[in-house]
Design a protein around this ligand. Structure first.
Ligand SMILES: CC(C)(COP(=O)(O)OP(=O)(O)OC[C@H]1O[C@@H](n2cnc3c(N)ncnc32)[C@H](O)[C@@H]1OP(=O)(O)O)[C@@H](O)C(=O)NCCC(=O)NCCS
Length: 224
């Protein structure tokens, strides 16, 4: 499913359960020794997905360990993103010459817990979420907004400008195309600087809802 959201040049892999046996590298295993079973399983299956996607990109089997603030460390020349939620795990990777950064996120297509929307949404987002929920309650637009913000954060983090190392929920505003599956995120603070010196303020992506899951992806092409 996730591949439907990703432009060319990105390899992805997904799993709907933890049945794939994934041998962990010692550096990976050390990180989850003592973690609860659920975390061990999602971590291992996400590594299976990451390796599967990396192999298809031409990389050998390598450990994928969290680095600064939990962001996965990809092999040299690769960028990527990982997500997991109940019943779903996925990884997406690309060569940095093709894709500058990317972020993926999956969530259950269920309402956000009470009070969360008001914390994560800016005014214009509250307006469209309320409107879309009224028109089509089969999609949990509040959760979709949350997921889009998580994808933006994951794409933002590896490029984060020194003055803006993390992006808070209300520091980006998302708009969403309810019919076409597109989304656009606009940073409300200084954006990362790209190699050509331009500032990255807008992130485009896609979303979909299927099988009780809702997912979003953001990708910034290297030519942007
Ligand atoms: C880090 C965060 C984005 C993870 O999202 P999540 O929905 O909780 O969990 P997911 O399962 O989808 O993603 C987990 C994966 O994200 C990746 N991740 C963690 N921290 C990350 C970071 N700083 N940057 C990029 N990716 C990160 C990891 O690969 C992790 O999987 P792993 O621990 O198995 O390696 C989230 O916990 C968070 O801190 N959000 C607050 C910041 C935010 O979203 N701001 C909104 C900006 S508009």
């Amino acid at each position: 499913m996730i591949e439907e959201l990703l432009p060319g040049g990105i390899m992805s892999s997904e799993a709907f359960d933890d049945s794939r046996p994934c041998a962990l590298f010692p550096a990976e295993a050390a990180l989850i020794n003592g973690a609860v079973e659920k975390r061990r399983r999602e971590f291992a299956t996400a590594r299976w997905c990451a390796r599967d996607a990396l192999i298809r990109l031409g990389y050998p089997l390598v450990p994928v360990v969290p680095g600064a603030k939990g962001a996965p460390v990809w092999p040299s020349g690769a960028v990527g993103s990982i997500t997991h939620c109940a019943g779903y795990r996925a990884a997406a990777v690309a060569r940095s010459c093709d894709i500058t950064t990317l972020g993926i996120d999956a969530e259950p297509n269920k309402p956000l817990p009470a009070g969360i929307l008001e914390v994560i949404a800016v005014e214009e987002e509250l307006r469209w979420v309320t409107d879309f929920l009224r028109r089509d309650p089969s999609v949990r637009w509040d959760r979709l907004l949350f997921s889009a913000k998580e994808s933006v954060y994951k794409a933002w983090f590896p490029l984060a400008p020194l003055r803006q190392p993390r992006l808070d929920f209300t520091q980006a505003s998302i708009t969403c195309d309810p019919a076409g599956g597109g989304l656009l995120a606009r940073a409300l603070v200084e954006g990362p600087q790209l190699r050509d010196g331009s500032e990255l303020r807008e992130f485009s992506g896609r979303w979909l809802v299927r099988r009780g899951l809702l997912m979003t992806a953001i990708a910034v092409a290297a030519s942007t």
